[in-house]
Design a binder for this molecule. Structure first.
Ligand code: TYD
Length: 132
């Protein structure tokens, strides 16, 4: 279960005063240990070209839009994130990067681990060796 990248719909509480979305551990396939966000990305820049050995994550576009490109080994898939009421779940050992950030895009990442530089796989050949 949950070995695949998948879009996860989040609750959207619509209100004429403004909408509200939330996420709890029970809605996603991991417990949240860390939250970070990427923003002020200049046009044409790419972020996050690597895999994680352990980290599972949910990526949400809180504002604006961007693409998440993932590589599960054999083929690439591109997910366009442009709404704050769903997220893209990415298991560990998936090569992923983000690009095509719009002006004012904010990429929220809910992560299953604390930050550890050792958890990063930044070399694609090493990734293929580990993931195969
Ligand atoms: P990194 O994840 O490498 O960003 P990208 O993959 O988009 O290049 O993070 C950039 C820098 O920020 C890196 O030096 C590590 C640091 N960082 C932390 O200290 N804590 C964190 O939780 C994250 C995500 C990054």
């Amino acid at each position: 279960m949950n070995k695949e990248t998948e879009k996860i719909d989040l609750p959207k509480v619509e209100d004429e005063r403004g909408n509200l979305t939330f996420v709890e551990n029970s809605q996603i396939p991991f417990s949240i240990k860390r939250v970070y966000w990427v923003y002020d990305v200049p046009g044409g820049q790419e972020r996050g070209g690597h895999a994680f050995k352990e980290q599972k994550e949910l990526i949400v576009s809180l504002s604006g839009s961007f693409d998440v490109v993932i590589n599960a080994g054999s083929e690439e898939s591109r997910f366009h994130l442009n709404r704050s009421y769903y997220g893209l779940y990415i298991p560990n050992l998936i090569w992923r990067y983000m690009e095509n950030f719009s002006t004012n895009a904010v990429a929220l990442v809910l992560a299953s681990t604390l930050y550890s530089a050792d958890d990063y796989v930044r070399d694609y050949d090493e990734f293929e060796a580990i993931a195969s």
